[in-house]
Design a protein. Sequence first.
Length: 280
Amino acid sequence: MAVRSRPVLITGCSTGIGRATALRLVRSGLTVVATARREDAIADLRDEGCTTLALDVTDEDSMQAAIARIEAEHGAVGALVNNAGYSLSGALETLPMDELRRQFETNVLGLVRMTQLVLPGMRRAGWGRVINIGSMGGRFTFPGGGAYHATKYAVEALSDALRFEVAGFGVRVVLIEPGFIRSEFAATASALPPAPAPYTAFNEGVARTTQETYASGPMTVLGGDPDAVARAVERAIRRHSPAARMLVTPSAGLLVGVRRMLPDRLWDAFVGTSFERPGA
């Protein structure tokens, strides 16, 4: 298999899904380049057999340097796992524009630029995988998560377009859509800045609901750990014809199905059982 002779490059490996994916793949015999903004944050992955690099998906020089080094040593990236990302939560009216831009720079534009940088090498090799870590949140929206969900909707569209554009070169694009994953994601998503009235109670409720959902709510039994996503990534790399989309965890399948069935007003009523409505 072509990927055995070329590395799997993973962004955002300091915690959660990225770290679990790097460990699973390197232990399965694949060559793995694990990256994070600070290389010292992933030193233990080097001890496991990964090559580690500093890579910031919001910094052009950092991205170019990482790809240049990998191609100098291996010729081309075999598979790119676009995992770097985080959640910015809060009522849209309360979000500072610089924070909103940073959300899109990390979750969307960094993903596009990393893909642009690896594709020439994949085309030369006639084989490659681009694996985008999206979310069930690319299929529906929770209140207070508009910024994050918007980035994941964008990843859905980008993956669909890219899948058609590069298939003729032997490159397959796979979108992984996790549901509730027990990781540091919840802590980041619930770290909301203080919000002015009339959104103070709403933002506090979003933070509280996010923490409860991931820590102790009924949906936790339908969630999973980061290795569930790592297993899906491994399938996407190793299968000759991987599925274009992979929902991960029962919570993803359940909530995507519910959103598909409910008209907008009923969906709003459904999420209203967990989130306060501002101004009500």
